[in-house]
Design a protein. Structure first.
Length: 134
């Protein structure tokens, strides 16, 4: 049995499967399927956490659509990426911050109408300037 160990700032990702058919039951041809952008980290290079990212094997991540190199290792389709291709870590979240004084971080997928009015500490209102028509 062989083991693969990525070097430097590289990671190996097991891509999450893409749907074969729509919710309505229509089968999607192979050439029309969406390119995966999420997966599970399977291996990390020795410098993958050099800037304090705290990535670890088993983390579910989102990465840029056309990044990385598809590889087949022991019959398994994987993708090798640079750590800079990782956009975010997808985490399971409980009902809110454990400390009432702690601000919420990130975006939740809940359907609560009040969630759309909440802002994370990093968000800012950006004025929109219209171009003069002429």
């Amino acid at each position: 049995m062989k083991r693969i160990r990525p070097l430097h700032e590289r990671l190996i990702i097991k891509e999450n499967p893409v749907a074969d058919k729509t919710e309505g039951g229509i089968f999607i041809p192979e050439g029309s399927k969406e390119i995966p952008t999420q997966g599970i980290i399977r291996a990390l290079g020795n410098n993958a956490n050099s800037e304090g990212e705290n990535l670890k094997v088993g983390d579910e991540v989102m990465y840029m659509k056309y990044s990385g190199l598809p590889v087949k290792i022991q019959g398994e389709d994987l993708r090798m990426l640079l750590k800079n291709d990782i956009l975010c870590v997808i985490e399971d979240v409980d009902e809110g911050p454990t400390d009432p004084g702690e601000p919420e971080r990130g975006i939740s997928d809940s359907n609560d109408s009040n969630d759309s009015k909440k802002k994370t500490p990093q968000s800012k209102d950006v004025p929109v300037h219209k171009q003069p028509q002429g």
